[in-house]
Design a protein around this ligand. Sequence first.
Ligand SMILES: Nc1ncnc2c1ncn2[C@@H]1O[C@H](COP(=O)(O)OP(=O)(O)O)[C@@H](O)[C@H]1O
Ligand SMILES: [Mg+2]
Length: 260
Amino acid sequence: MRRVDVRRYVTPLREGGSLPAVVEADDLGLYVLKFRGAGQGVRALMAEIICARLAGALGLALPEVVLAELDAELARTEPDPEIQDLIRASAGPNVALDYLPGAINFDPAADHVSSDFASRLVWFDTLVSNVDRTARNTNLLVWQGQPWLIDHGACLTFHHAWNGAVADPGKPFAPIADHVLLPGATALAQVDGPLAERLTPAVLQAALAAVPDSFLVQAAGQGAATLAEPALHRQAYVQYFQARLADRRRWVQGAIDARG
Ligand SMILES: Nc1ncnc2c1ncn2[C@@H]1O[C@H](COP(=O)(O)OP(=O)(O)O)[C@@H](O)[C@H]1O
Ligand SMILES: [Mg+2]
């Protein structure tokens, strides 16, 4: 994964709880920075990386995700104490998304998407247990005339307080009932096979390879001795996804039933 150094804190994005910020990096690009020291913890950053890779493999559009190195010194020029604390707690590697200039939030009442796109997005969000794609909070941006996915920090609900075990991987994802595009997702049964085929073991392994060792070690340190070794930790995720894909009939049917 590409790495950048953060040079300047530009402005906070006060929409969600995690207080992401627009920052400028050493390549003069603007990025939306997701702080490792935010309350959601390092697993939220891991979810951003893993889900971005999987979504990309499925042909869904999303901003480039990079590792962004943050210097605690940046806190000194920042007047807001809450932001100072966040910067200090996040010194080192963080996750950043390429900033899409002029993008607007997707409006379900005004913006229309194809049933193919709606179906592929609902399938993906059911796979990764995404609770954050509701009508009130779509985490979809419209940019250059098409929808772009953002904000996967709350996905992978299974991995919080996780010991690496794979329990009931085919479990239907009940919150999909509140997905903003569920009503238009009329082709779930048709997209299922072609999407699942794209998530080969090599694709899953590459998604986990993008996660830095330091994130895996920090996450394992928050309570999972069995995952202390990064290679085993990555393998546990790959096994989870393989088991969920193998048993996908149940969760795909769950999403189909939620539409009805
Ligand atoms: N890559 C991006 N380009 C442009 N705007 C973005 C981008 N990522 C996020 N935003 C804006 O910032 C808001 C908050 O970012 P988000 O990733 O959803 O974090 P959270 O919901 O945790 O606060 C989004 O709703 C969107 O308006
Ligand atoms: Mg959000």
